[in-house]
Design a protein around this ligand. Structure first.
Ligand code: NAD
Length: 497
């Protein structure tokens, strides 16, 4: 366990937290909830309360959507020439980058994320804004159609007010992935952050105003999922909706949007596999998969949580992984020696522990026990990494645990490995590990998910589409030109000759 002292809080972080109850941000102004309702956000690493936050009610949400809708029509954002809109987005990226340490520390405190990892997330946000700001300048919005006897063209136009609901695992990074293409295309946005992790998004709204993003273009509505989230997804004035979170809530969002015929995009959970053939470098592959499952304490939707290992190397591979997992430093997230922080809250803590129990009661073997981790001086939600093994019908192999737990099973043939990989309702991301790159490519193409990675796991780059299928998502994806095109509607203009 990691025991050195935690990094000092930056003065800006202290004063932001002390300025609570923190208000939402609508139409360029800080806003309280109608009846003064609040919720608290806490530090999962210590259990301490961080801040009180105004909890938006249905009427507050409707007001925010009205403001975003009005801003779309009147704030001039849509009418700005693309290069000016992109220049403003670059200004936002620059300002966020300048305050990276502040935003990352807020994120680290709120989400329990190791501070250095939070800095990586903030940098990723910056890069995402820059990527879409540049991409939007290079997309031709008017395309001539060569059709006999007609003068015709299509024109891409922004939709209007777009809603976004985000989860707690990558609060700031995901806001970037979500809103950057929408804003670059000229839309306005209403963002509902998760109630566990609202701080970095509330801070962002203030930075956006300082750099001159017009009022009403970026609105942030903090609140509970069942109240604020439900009201946002049911608002008929929204032109598009994007949800990232669990499949259970995703279904509710899709139902609400369906009733209003609002196009919806869902980025949901996963139960990814890593298929490890017997020609890999065993220590290197073990190291990379251990890093994947412990990264952000396993609270990563696309993680490799089912490890399918060729039977000839199974025992050696397991041994290498156990040695490494035993050495992982579990500790407070603002402590430089910590490698794995807490899970996000008591519910998630209980969820991880309960899957260890349920899995064993259905016959899984515990190769590495896991369980509660004690971190001296901190009353947080810490768990140890765990490895389970057995039949893939086991509950711990079928359902998303969202913690540092991998489920292992041996395979003999390539066909068997593919069948095992695809024996899930989810379809987000899998990886294949082999020094035979032809075999790796062959397997990668038939693994049934939105993303297949070769000799790596959790691979993202701006320009490569990332999306889920089946229970892992629908309606698009993120990080590529397709995402940007989603945020323009197409109008055909025709004159018969
Ligand atoms: P969640 O579904 O519980 O909550 C996500 C968001 O939905 C939160 O903002 C919450 O307040 C809101 N919400 C809750 N109930 C609602 C309702 N009735 N109506 C409208 N909104 C509501 O998910 P979570 O626990 O915050 O996040 C973990 C899940 O997110 C995991 O399943 C994970 O795999 C998934 N996830 C997916 C991706 C991806 O890109 N595919 C990325 C990150 C997380």
């Amino acid at each position: 366990m990691s025991t050195t002292t935690a990094n000092e809080l930056y003065p800006e972080v202290r004063s932001f937290l002390e300025s609570g109850p923190l208000k939402g941000f609508v139409g360029g102004k800080e806003l309280e909830s109608t009846g003064g309702e609040t919720f608290t956000t806490s530090d999962p690493g210590s259990g301490a309360q961080l801040a009180e936050v105004y909890s938006f009610q249905a009427s507050d949400i409707d007001q925010a959507v009205d403001v975003a809708d009005e801003a779309f029509k009147t704030a001039g954002w849509e009418q700005l020439p693309q290069n000016e809109r992109s220049a403003l987005l670059h200004r936002l990226a620059d300002a966020v980058e300048k305050q990276k340490h502040i935003i990352a520390q807020l994120e680290s405190l709120d989400a329990g994320k190791i501070e250095a990892q939070a800095q990586g997330d903030v940098q990723n946000f910056v890069d995402t804004i820059r990527y879409f700001a540049d991409l939007a300048q290079n997309v031709q919005r008017r395309s001539i159609l060569a059709v006999k006897n007609h003068e015709a063209w299509t024109m891409r136009q922004p939709w209007g007010a777009c809603g976004f609901i985000f989860p707690w695992n990558f609060p700031f990074l995901l806001v970037g992935w979500g809103i950057a293409p929408a804003l670059a295309a000229g839309n306005t946005v209403v963002i509902k952050p998760a109630e566990d992790t609202p701080l970095s998004t509330l801070y962002l709204a203030r930075v956006a105003q300082e750099v001159g993003i017009p009022d009403g273009v970026i609105n942030v509505v903090p609140g509970l999922g069942s109240v604020a989230g439900a009201a946002l997804s049911a608002n008929p004035k929204l032109q598009r909706m994007s949800f990232t979170g669990s499949p259970e809530v995703g279904r509710l969002i899709a139902e609400s949007c369906g009733r209003n015929l609002v196009p919806v995009k869902l980025e949901l959970g996963g139960k990814g596999a890593a298929v490890v053939f017997n020609d890999v470098d065993i220590p290197d592959t073990a190291e990379k998969l251990v890093n994947a499952i412990t990264f952000h304490t396993g609270q990563v939707c696309c993680d490799a949580t089912r490890w399918l290992i060729h039977k000839n190397i199974y025992d050696e591979f397991v041994g290498e992984c156990i040695d490494r997992l035993k050495d992982v430093q579990v500790g407070y997230q603002l402590n430089d020696t910590s490698q794995m922080g807490p899970v996000v809250n008591a519910k998630q803590h209980q969820r991880v522990l309960s899957y260890l129990e349920k899995g064993q009661s259905e016959g899984a073997e515990c190769l590495l026990e896991g369980g509660v981790a004690e971190v001296p001086g901190y009353e947080g939600y810490y768990v140890k990494p765990a490895l389970m093994a057995g039949s893939l019908d086991n509950v711990a192999a079928r359902e998303e645990i969202f913690g540092p737990v991998a489920y292992l099973a041996p395979f003999e043939t390539e066909e068997q490995a593919i069948q095992m990989t695809n024996s899930t309702d989810y379809g987000l991301a899998n990886s294949v590990w082999s020094s035979d790159l032809n075999r790796a490519a062959r397997v990668a193409e038939v693994m049934c998910a939105g993303n297949s990675w070769i000799n790596a796991h959790n691979v993202f780059a701006h320009g490569i589409p990332y999306a889920g299928i089946h229970k892992s998502g629908m309606g698009g994806g993120v990080l590529s030109i397709e995402t940007l095109l989603d945020y323009w509607r197409s109008v055909s203009v025709v004159r018969p000759l």
